[in-house]
Design a protein around this ligand. Sequence first.
Ligand SMILES: Cc1ncc(COP(=O)(O)O)c(CN[C@@H]2CONC2=O)c1O
Length: 493
Amino acid sequence: MLTISNTPSSTAKILTGSNMNPRVRKAEYAVRGELAIRSEAIKVELANGGSFPFQRVVGCNIGNPQALDQKPITFFRQVASLVEYPDLLKDENREIALKLYASDAIDRAKLLLANIGSIGAYSHSQGIPLIRENVARFISDRDGFPADPSKIFLTQGASAGVQLTLQMIVEHPNVGIMIPIPQYPLYTATLAVLDAKPVPYYLDESKAWGLTTDELQRSYDEAAKNKIETRALVIINPGNPTGQCLSEENMREIVEFCKKNRVILLADEVYQTNIYQPEQRPFHSFKKVLKSMGAEYEGFEMISYHSISKGMIGECGRRGGYFECEGLDQSIMNEIYKISSISLCPNVQGQIMVDLMVNPPKKGDPSYDLYKQEYDAIYFSLIKRAKKLEEMFNSLEGCTCNSADGAMYLFPQVRLPKKAIAAAEVAGKAPDQFYCLALLEATGVCMVAGSGFGQVEGTAHFRSTFLPQPELFDGFCAGITKFHAGFMDKYRD
Ligand SMILES: Cc1ncc(COP(=O)(O)O)c(CN[C@@H]2CONC2=O)c1O
């Protein structure tokens, strides 16, 4: 029987909410969900003269440093602008170019273009070979173990790499992928679209968001009881939204867990340079830990992800990153290449930024001093703002907040009064979503509710970046403090 939308004369929409891919409809990405959408609407209302009890919206919902006035690293932008306009690299223009550009930026741009041709051309689908060689060198220098450029794929941000590799693993709807709770919702959203089963393991807030293999095994065994075939374990280290940084010993235990239970390790390491207690909690890559565990781990299957969006770089909008495959069968690598080639190639400026990330100016280079000065200024400012925000959250009634060993976020727990929870229910919102919406309307500060990352049943959290501009930070903290006191009074039991 023809449905209304099939009859030629019908004016009904062909694609509707009821016949679209239900897995797309099921996917949720809280980082840019209701709160972010409302904050964008408020920005427009403010620009059109709307009146709010604040002058500006402060986007603390997303780790997007340059949206909050973090300055880009000069050397990176010099190279990026030179490759966009190769005439500047001609000998006849060298004198003019040197008035604006460091000589090593000019040399780097020339080297890149000698290997790329034009940045307007499609590149190799796996990424520009020279850049993959530089990524391999970066990895081997970092870890002390060799890396193979042919096992590295450059991507449109780490997101694209995560989505592509999960797509490879999810054979059928009963495939399980272990994800941390709280987790970064790229994972739950991608698993929803792929129709896979998220297999949650809980980080322990009372132990600074620690992870135990007992909890991993509990999670795995529970899934197995439900006939879920768990194929991979996602580890985000340093954690998002939780900011913890794993110890080497804990990482070895995790590798052992994966080997014992035959799951592929997916190591999301995009915050590997956002390490704020380098002495007590240095970053170790899973590649290094794995390779230091000896021959019995030969053939262990792992994929590690990195990105230009984080660290002190924050070039989020350029969409650059990579993943390194370890222990995957060559036939699988060929399939990953095939899938990559369907999208032709990652954008070339994003690839160039990956090269700059893994191969920045070195001591003695003309740009090194400025690079180091800019890098350190961002790094120490992040440490200072993280500590200030953590102290502020811990000063709020009913709030406790673990410190951030890494990443860009704090994830405080807030114990809301019963009246607030009841009001949230009436509003049809999760309690922490209700709190964050009220915070946004009162202060212009946009956070993400803990319910968007997953949390222990009955708890309420929210995630905030510590990225607001240093000169606005005290006002930002004061606004939240004032709002919180008012909210708690309004709903006091
Ligand atoms: C753990 C983690 N993995 C991957 C990504 C994807 O990064 P790119 O695709 O940009 O390389 C992010 C981005 N962080 C998001 C974006 O900003 N705030 C967040 O929580 C992330 O936090």
